[in-house]
Ligand binder design. Structure first.
Ligand SMILES: Cc1cc2nc3c(=O)[nH]c(=O)nc-3n(C[C@H](O)[C@H](O)[C@H](O)COP(=O)(O)OP(=O)(O)OC[C@H]3O[C@@H](n4cnc5c(N)ncnc54)[C@H](O)[C@@H]3O)c2cc1C
Length: 451
């Protein structure tokens, strides 16, 4: 008899989930677990936490929704917090689990966790499935795929005419029974664990109202609303705007949490093109999804170099670390109103437009001369849609240590303001003006050399 544990990670959904489908079709008894890693809330990564309050709230919504969906099938989500490897191993040993089913991890450290479980539990079979990409590992063999630039990858993918995999069936009529876990005590309930984490790890950081509702239901309803509108028809024209509900798709938080699969979105896009209209804008939505795809496979192939100062290009940028400038940037208190406005938007909502991200990243690297990894780590903490591959990949790109053949990006901040906030409405809305004569560097007179 096989007893399998589903280890949820960035795949918090039931639909179009190949790993879940394999679990339900192949095993006699099953259980579902998610582990909240307590390290996420410790400021270790360039003085930033891996998870800030906005993404925590979004994750919380996703977990509650997942638990309620599992309950509809007579199961529950076992929610733990601590060290994921330890928690998974404890459960497996205690309940004599024979198989672990999980998603393929693209992040370097996430891969290490799975390897560690495998090494410590050699008698348990661990099966991983690609659930967060358009293509599967059989379709994209990283050694044979041109990953030296996005264009090369895109042309390769388009030329090969890869079909994105057919959606896996979403309804399994009969779910296997639950592994006999002790009756749920109050201290084990999803709500109790979430409250405890909030009390012990997040303490008194204020939680803001989110514009996105975490979870599969929220994702599907947002995608349905988006594709019921005419917004996809003008996407290419509006995607660079700094604000607005439908100026861009806002699929990213749901994709990052795995509330929806990119393949589901891809198929919805094709349906839209077939039933309403296909134009350059609809093509561009697919084009951007390919950017996301590209960064996932690039990270898988380049591993740790995604986090190195010299990046995948192995070229050291001309930056250093200026604590004061970095703090001003994080607090939206630089001398650049557009940059401040974008950062204030991020700090208040957990979201910033793609154009905004490019502008503030370019400013940190070029105007302020700060090591790009501090910016990437700050985004990791603040973004509701943080995705390891897209975030570190894009930061490298801007800093000129990534795969961009042009070598970095320097945005002219006055020109960007003219182009995207001509009347100053965005700066006004997000309080970008900051008037302080000490705004650049705090250097004590005594620090200057005597001439
Ligand atoms: C410095 C920097 C850091 C970034 N960090 C992240 C991150 O942590 N998580 C994240 O999802 N995106 C990140 N991006 C990419 C992009 O900014 C967001 O995906 C986008 O703003 C999300 O809004 P949207 O869903 O409305 O995007 P849309 O413009 O509607 O695009 C549709 C989808 O395509 C994908 N996409 C679009 N642009 C990019 C891109 N440049 N790189 C990769 N995928 C893309 C996303 O999945 C997005 O949801 C970053 C960009 C920069 C410049």
């Amino acid at each position: 008899m096989s007893k399998a544990l589903y280890w949820f990670t960035h795949d918090l959904r039931l639909n179009d989930n190949t790993a879940l489908e394999a679990l339900l079709n192949r095993h006699d008894e099953v259980a579902f677990m998610f582990v909240i890693n307590s390290d996420w809330f410790k400021p270790t990564n360039y003085f930033q936490k891996s998870m800030g309050v906005h993404r925590w709230q979004f994750l919380k919504g996703s977990l509650k929704n997942l638990h309620s969906q599992l309950s509809n099938h007579g199961h529950r989500l076992i929610l733990k917090w601590g060290n994921p490897v330890t928690e998974i191993m404890d459960f497996v040993e205690q309940h004599k689990v024979t198989h672990i089913v999980t998603s393929v991890q693209f992040g370097f450290y996430e891969q290490k966790e799975i390897e560690s479980v495998k090494a410590q539990l050699p008698s348990v079979t661990v099966n991983s499935y690609c659930t967060s990409t358009l293509f599967s590992e059989e379709q994209i063999v990283t050694e044979q795929t041109p990953l030296q630039s996005f264009s090369a990858f895109r042309k390769y993918v388009e030329k090969q005419n890869f079909a994105v995999r057919k959606l896996s069936s979403k309804d399994i009529a009969l779910w296997p029974k639950s592994i006999d876990v002790q009756p749920v005590e109050h201290s084990d309930s999803v709500n109790h664990v979430l409250d405890k984490v909030e009390r012990d790890l997040i303490c008194d950081e204020p939680l803001a109202e989110l514009q996105f509702l975490g979870g599969e239901q929220g994702a599907l309803s947002h995608i349905c609303d988006y594709f019921s509108s005419s917004a996809p028809l003008t996407y290419k024209k509006t995607r660079n705007e700094l604000d607005g509900k439908y100026n861009s798709t806002k699929f990213s938080p749901y994709l990052a949490m795995g509330n929806v699969s990119p393949r589901y979105i891809w198929h919805e896009l094709i349906k839209y093109e077939q039933s309403r209209c296909k134009n350059e804008s609809t093509y561009w939505i697919g084009f951007e999804l390919l950017w996301r795809e590209y960064f996932q496979w690039l990270l898988k192939s380049r591993g740790k170099s995604f986090f190195r100062f010299q990046g995948v290009a192995k070229s050291k940028p001309l930056t250093s670390f200026y604590a004061h400038r970095f703090t001003q940037w994080c607090n939206g208190k630089t001398k650049y109103p557009l940059v401040n406005a974008c950062i204030n938007q991020l700090n208040a909502t957990g979201y910033m437009s793609n154009r905004g991200r490019q502008i503030v990243a370019s400013c940190l690297v070029n105007e302020l001369g700060v090591d790009w990894r501090y910016g990437a780590a700050y985004f990791q903490q603040q973004l509701i849609d943080y995705d390891v591959a897209s975030n570190w990949g894009n930061w490298q790109y801007i800093a000129g240590v990534g795969v961009d053949p042009q070598g970095g990006r320097h945005f002219n901040l006055s020109k960007q303001t003219q182009l995207y906030d001509k009347n100053g409405d965005f700066i006004k809305k997000w309080h970008g003006e900051y008037d302080d004569k000490h705004v650049y560097d705090l250097v004590d007179e005594a620090d200057w050399p005597n001439i």
